[in-house]
Design a protein around this ligand. Structure first.
Ligand SMILES: C[S@@+](CC[C@H](N)C(=O)[O-])C[C@H]1O[C@@H](n2cnc3c(N)ncnc32)[C@H](O)[C@@H]1O
Length: 411
């Protein structure tokens, strides 16, 4: 099988995206956590039991060094995020930085003719739209799709919140592909052309011919039921989306054989929809649970597609040459982007006192390319060794806590 196709990656999508070739995907659908400050867990006994993910944001979730990088490559975006932080909260700023980091990579991975659909809700949709405008360009905004549904909720001091938002962007205006989908006219106008009168049981009755239901091109408000507790499709995975919703998106913005990518794939609804419609797919989720659910979903669709890969190894780009980590120009560029600071302890150093480090260690599949490099001082680099960045952060936080205690207790 061609690399990167029909593969479910388990891992942080940022590092998986770093390893995917540029211009690979025809369509990206993402349904990230919405910053709702909730912990989502699957019910015990469901196919997804044990699965959970958090949706609360702090600076700890963000690669802080990335903000510095953003300020150089996307100055407007960095200003925008800082503004959202001032208007809303630090948590929103952290969330948007986290999303920006990934959306920039998704934009790179998208083909020139590709489309991206970002699924969110009114908690952050207005902030995310500004972020997408900054990365994709406001001219490449296509639709704000309203997914409208019904569900039982208790009354509150406002209207019931009964919709999600899906922001649709294309990478370019001229080259983008779009298949117009149709929907029937509603009410009387659906049948106007073919109304006729019949005598049924001695009475005159107005009737319509079935085969002539009138259709119009689809609106940006979609009425699709959410999965109720009795639905056969339901896996129990928290926030699972209906296949009908994904079928629409896949049909509109891809053709058979195209590649559909979902970097927050949950129980792999997008991958299943793509496969059912003859597309190739790539799914990524940080949790291990989706692999099990996907295998279950696939065996339910007996024989439909067994030919796929599930892996926790990071992919490695084949479209760029590896850059040697000791290259002088790489070091100088990183030094500028990190403002001369060590990416571990945050202290300022001269360039010759900083060392190039693989953010995702080579032993864990991290590639030798620019996005995977950072500068660390000798002490931080030694401490980090072959471990991931989180380890170094934990060490630094513990040390800072101890230092603070010493200051408080006057040690
Ligand atoms: C809202 S759910 C997606 C639900 C999915 N659309 C479905 O139909 O099942 C968000 C998913 O993003 C995953 N996730 C959160 N952060 C991630 C990250 N950094 N990398 C990959 N997946 C992540 C969570 O584990 C969760 O499964």
């Amino acid at each position: 099988m061609t690399p990167f196709q029909n593969t479910l990656y388990t891992g942080d999508n940022l590092y998986v995206l770093y390893g995917l070739n540029s211009g690979l995907a025809d369509l990206i659908y993402l349904d990230p956590p919405f910053n709702t400050k909730r912990l989502y867990s699957a019910p015990v006994g469901s196919r997804a039991a044990g699965a959970s993910f958090k949706d609360m944001w702090t600076w700890k979730d963000v690669d802080e060094y990335y903000l510095g990088k953003l300020a150089i490559n996307y100055p407007a975006l960095a200003h925008y995020i800082a503004g959202a932080g001032a208007v809303h909260s630090k948590a929103m700023m952290a969330y948007l930085t986290y999303m920006a980091q990934r959306i920039v990579e998704m934009h790179r991975v998208l083909k020139a003719s590709g489309s991206l659909y970002l699924h969110c809700d009114p908690t952050a949709s207005h902030y995310l739209k500004g972020l997408l405008d900054s990365v994709f360009g406001r001219d490449n905004f296509r639709n704000e799709i309203v997914w409208s549904y019904q569900r039982w909720t208790a009354g509150k001091l406002m209207f019931q919140r009964m919709h999600d938002i899906i922001l649709f962007y294309t990478k370019s205006k001229a080259e983008s592909k779009f298949n117009v989908l149709m929907e029937p006219y509603s009410g009387k106008s659906a049948h106007q052309a073919k109304r006729f009168t019949q005598i049924v049981e001695g009475k005159l009755v107005q009737n319509y011919t079935e085969d002539n239901v009138r259709e119009k091109s689809m609106r940006d408000v979609w009425d699709i039921s959410i999965l109720n507790s009795q639905s056969k499709e339901r896996t129990g995975y928290p926030t699972q989306k209906p296949l009908a919703l994904l079928h629409r998106i896949v049909k509109a913005s891809s053709n058979e054989g195209d590649i559909v990518l979902d970097p927050f794939c949950g129980c792999a609804t997008t991958c299943v929809a793509a496969q059912q419609l003859g597309r190739k797919w790539i799914g990524i989720d940080i949790e291990k649970q989706p692999v099990k659910i996907l295998i279950d979903r696939l065996s339910d669709d007996a024989g439909m597609f067994k030919d796929f890969i599930a892996t926790d190894k990071l992919p490695v780009r084949t479209d760029i040459q590896a850059i040697a980590p000791d290259s002088k120009s790489v070091k100088e560029r990183l030094y500028r982007e990190q403002n001369g600071l060590c990416n571990g302890c945050g202290h300022e150093f001269d360039i010759w006192n900083l060392e190039i480090d693989h953010i995702v260690p080579k032993s864990k599949g991290g590639g030798s390319y620019y996005e995977n490099y950072q500068l660390l001082c000798g002490a931080c680099n030694k401490k980090k060794g072959d471990r991931p960045m989180e380890y170094l952060r934990m060490q630094i936080e513990t040390r800072e806590k101890l230092l603070k205690q010493r200051i408080v207790f006057g040690e």
